[in-house]
Design a protein around this ligand. Structure first.
Ligand code: GLA
Length: 399
């Protein structure tokens, strides 16, 4: 996670610092406009979005700060407080080329949007924020949707939330080349505080479901583990799920994705499947059922029932989808035994990163202490554990 000092600073202070950093990078001139875009945690529907299944994420009050100032030419200068390299792009030139650098995320969004309105003005843009990168909290969707939001405003495109989500998806899938599903940009772009987003990734239909945040807190514990090859391992899971679907589809008339394979069809065919694909499909088929059960529990106010589905999801991610690691498992196990956690699981793709915990608010302090001590006893260091608030989504925050 970012340095502790940054995490506890009020947003107004962080923004003021970001503006100072902007002047240091781009020089004196009119004050920049500032935008904020949140990250997200996913509570249910693990590795379901690219399988057409339902997911239940919510935005968090940590994310990306973006300061921007118009230029008199048609150049785009992009810099970040957390990355060493800066970039300059010509908005009148040929399509942007992929750099294999952080800039591909915002540049991909620009590439998508400048096709809508070719005559657009140059900008100086500085990215920063208080969201850890590669932790499973969707820093990339935060940057992409935030970039789409600010370009929509600075260039007067009149896009609206769904078109901005589409531009973010173009950047990640077509420009950067991650085979991700639709969950992350939707979670950021359609954020509503005190609510989970129910998103059906087969058709994009969605609704906001209230979460009793007076009773429960959302906490995130960071293992500190960042796997270098996580993107390749993620794409490999996407390919395996597609292969499992190809093997099962002939037995499920009308099915268009793995989500459409029923528990019954899977049970009939499981012994005929390749063992690895069987385990991947078993996770997906049952995670779909768990996610519907979690929604029913939430709608009836049965938070313990919702949380039980989260613990079951983690076990399946560990045993069938192979995306957990010992650090994540210790966090989830100690959350379980603490007695004050309703549900917990790894969030994001896995392979390290963070776990999310739904904590009984009255027991927050004792849970955090217990989980941190158990982790420290095993790995010799205390993991950052933070309580996150909700967030209303991308917006201008200039004062
Ligand atoms: C990553 C991807 C998401 C989703 C999750 C797993 O965060 O970006 O689209 O697939 O993994 O649920």
């Amino acid at each position: 996670m970012p340095r502790r000092a940054d995490r506890i600073l009020p947003v107004s202070e962080l923004l003021a610092r970001h503006e100072l950093a902007f002047a240091a990078v781009f020089g004196p001139g009119p004050r920049p406009r500032s935008f904020f875009s949140p990250g997200r945690v996913n509570l249910m529907g693990a590795h379901l979005d690219y399988n057409g299944g339902p997911v239940m994420p919510t935005a968090i009050d940590r994310g990306t700060f973006i300061a921007v100032r118009a230029r008199s030419d048609r150049r785009l200068r992009l810099s970040s407080t957390s990355e060493p390299l800066s970039f300059e792009l010509d908005l009148t030139g040929a399509p942007f080329a992929r750099q294999g650098q952080w800039v591909d995320y915002p540049a991909g969004v620009c590439e998508s949007l400048r096709r809508r309105r070719p005559v657009v003005g140059g900008l100086d843009i500085l990215f920063g924020g208080n969201l850890p990168v590669g932790a499973g909290l969707s820093s990339s969707a935060s940057i992409c949707v935030g970039t789409a939001f600010l370009l929509d405003h600075m260039w007067g495109l009149g896009l609206g939330a769904l078109k901005r989500v589409e531009a973010a998806l173009f950047a990640e899938r077509e420009f950067v080349g991650v085979r991700c599903g639709i969950m992350d940009p939707y979670a950021v772009g359609l954020a509503m505080p005190e609510h989970l987003l129910w998103l059906d990734c087969k058709d994009g239909s969605n609704e906001h479901l209230p979460l009793d945040s007076a009773r429960i807190a959302i906490a995130v514990a960071d293992t500190g583990v960042r796997r270098e090859l996580a993107q390749g391992a993620f794409n490999e899971r996407v390919a395996q799920a597609a292969a499992a679907f190809a093997a099962l589809a002939p037995f499920a008339p009308g099915a268009t994705c793995l989500r459409d394979i029923s528990v019954e069809v899977f049970a009939d065919r499981r012994s005929k499947l390749d063992p690895l694909l069987r385990r991947r499909a078993e996770h997906v088929v049952h995670e779909v059922a768990r996610t519907f059960a979690a929604r029913d529990a939430l709608k009836c106010g049965k938070l313990a029932g919702f949380g039980a589905q989260m613990f079951a999801a983690h076990a399946s991610l560990r045993e069938l989808y192979d995306v957990s690691c010992p650090e994540l498992d210790v966090l989830v196990d100690s959350a379980h035994e603490s007695g004050g956690v309703l549900g917990s699981r790894l969030t994001g793709a896995g392979f390290g990163g963070c776990v999310v915990m739904l904590i009984d608010r009255s027991r927050t302090a004792s849970v955090v202490e217990h989980v941190a001590c158990r982790f420290e006893a095993r790995f010799g260091r205390r993991p950052p554990i933070e309580i996150f608030g909700g967030d209303p989504g991308p917006r201008e925050v200039s004062e």
